[in-house]
Design a protein around this ligand. Structure first.
Ligand code: MN
Ligand code: MN
Length: 465
């Protein structure tokens, strides 16, 4: 039984080398995927490399999809799904791993560019729950796309290479901050103060100096972008730089977007790494928009997953029977993975220790999330919790259970309740994170490793009950 034990102490002989290799691969994924679009591009690249083919191409060509096939789907460049088709009737459900690939950040507005006292700025609207004061006076990179009227897309990524410039939001100097220091943290830096400095050297035009015009000239030259192209752009300001090891022992990783790529990457990897033909069909679904309520055409609350499953069921069965889809979804089992609040000794007061996710104690299960009396939560059935316990213990996985902080201190939601509406068995699962939603979050390598092992065991071991 490996429940609530220090996971480092439970590692088998020689396991640490595999743990470190997996952590290195994860850091590379984090560096390649600073936005949901970049995560999808990298996931598609890795899926193809692992022999997965685009399921919609097979379907368009009228080809059947059968046991042993390895397929993926890219939805709107913002969601990714991978499947390994199993031997069992698809109506008996799938073993699903789900996570989200959008992370809190600062989005550039549609009419963002302006000039004031020699500075050119981009105006922004933040995305997801952030402490705004954490995003000033720190190096930022700009990632995203400009979609032009002619149908072409220009990809932007500036600030990650050490030779790149970075971008910057200024904070008030301490010398003049007497008023600011007396404000509540929510008001120390306000939303409309999140203006990104992108330049300060003017060009002269008709005897008038303009920094904005100078920046527009650079954008035109480098990217063939006009000011109006910001209207149909999605540009995200994120912390600049790579994920780094933390501590003399290198046991932790500081990175941007652990929430929720620390669950998305191993979910995808567990499906891509699966060898042979499974009993049940395996699925990894990486979704967008969780941080703003799972809304929109790429959020989990949209129809894209259900529609994809309708396509897949029809391609497997060779006929489109609505009941096949209903049964498939209803009979599925899912680890809906999202990060847990790691127990932080510096802020012990908000946690209830017995039911906290301890960093280093392995993969974490949350029977429920929500706030104020479990509101908004998928409170997983005890029968399914028992199955998950058995799977973890049989595979020697270090695991723990947790809830998000002390009762009535706060709370949060995940995508679990959305998938559960089909009747499938869903439990929240993930790893503990320190400083969740901060520009740099911290996780433990051993928790990441136990999470990956858990996903692999779940794909093999989960079944109807
Ligand atoms: Mn999350
Ligand atoms: Mn989050």
């Amino acid at each position: 039984m490996m429940y609530r034990k220090n996971a480092w102490e439970q590692l088998a002989e020689g396991e640490k080398a595999r743990l470190n290799a997996f952590a290195d691969a994860y850091k590379k994924y984090l560096d390649a995927g600073k936005t949901e679009r970049e995560c999808v591009a990298e996931s598609v690249r890795q899926a193809k490399e692992a022999g997965f083919v685009d399921m919609m191409e097979l379907i368009r060509e009228g080809k059947a999809i059968k046991a042993g096939d390895r397929v993926y789907r890219n939805w709107m460049n913002k969601c990714f799904m991978a499947f390994v088709i199993g031997e069992n009737d698809i109506e008996r459900g799938m073993n699903i791993l789900g996570a989200h690939i959008d992370s809190p950040r600062i989005d550039v507005k549609q009419n963002p560019l302006y000039e004031e006292e020699n500075f050119a700025y981009l105006d922004t609207h933040y995305y997801g729950g952030i402490k705004k004061y954490q995003w000033v006076a720190t190096p930022l990179a700009l990632h995203g796309v400009f979609c032009k009227k002619d149908g072409t897309t220009v990809i932007l990524s500036v600030g990650e290479d050490e030779n790149d410039p970075i971008f910057y939001i200024s904070d008030l100097l301490i010398h003049l901050a007497a008023d600011q220091m007396g404000k509540t943290a929510a008001k120390v830096v306000e939303g409309e103060q999140l203006n990104i400095i992108i330049g300060s050297e003017p060009v002269k035009e008709n005897d008038k100096a303009s920094v904005k015009k100078a920046i527009l000239a650079i954008l035109k030259e480098k990217y063939d972008i006009e000011e109006e192209d910001f209207i149909s752009a999605e540009i995200e300001a994120v912390p600049a730089g790579k994920a780094r090891d933390v501590g003399f022992d290198r046991s932790l990783i500081a990175g941007y977007g652990h929430d929720d790529r620390v669950c998305a990457y191993p979910s995808m990897a567990a499906v891509l790494d699966y060898e042979g033909t499974p009993a049940y069909t395996l699925c990894a679904v990486l979704t967008d928009k969780e941080e703003i309520g799972s809304v929109g055409a790429t959020g989990m609350d949209a129809m894209y997953f259900e529609n994809t499953m309708a396509e897949l069921c029809a391609a497997i069965k060779g006929e489109d029977k609505p009941l096949t889809l209903r049964r498939c979804l209803q009979n599925s089992r899912m680890l809906s993975s999202d990060v847990s609040a790691g127990y932080d000794p510096n802020f012990a007061g908000v946690f209830e220790k017995k039911n906290s996710a301890i960093v280093g104690n392995g993969v974490t299960f949350n029977k429920f999330t929500g706030r104020g009396g479990k509101s908004g939560s998928n409170d997983c059935n005890a029968e399914f919790v028992a199955q998950v316990r058995r799977i973890c213990d049989e595979a020697n996985i270090s695991w723990q259970t947790a809830e998000l902080g002390r009762v009535d201190v706060g709370g949060g939601g995940t995508i679990a309740y959305i998938c559960a509406k089909y009747g499938m068995s869903v439990i929240d699962c993930g790893v503990p994170v320190l400083s969740m939603h901060a520009p740099w979050e911290v996780i433990s390598k051993v928790d990441l490793w136990e999470e990956y092992k858990c996903y692999c065991a779940f794909l093999k071991g989960a079944a109807e009950y």
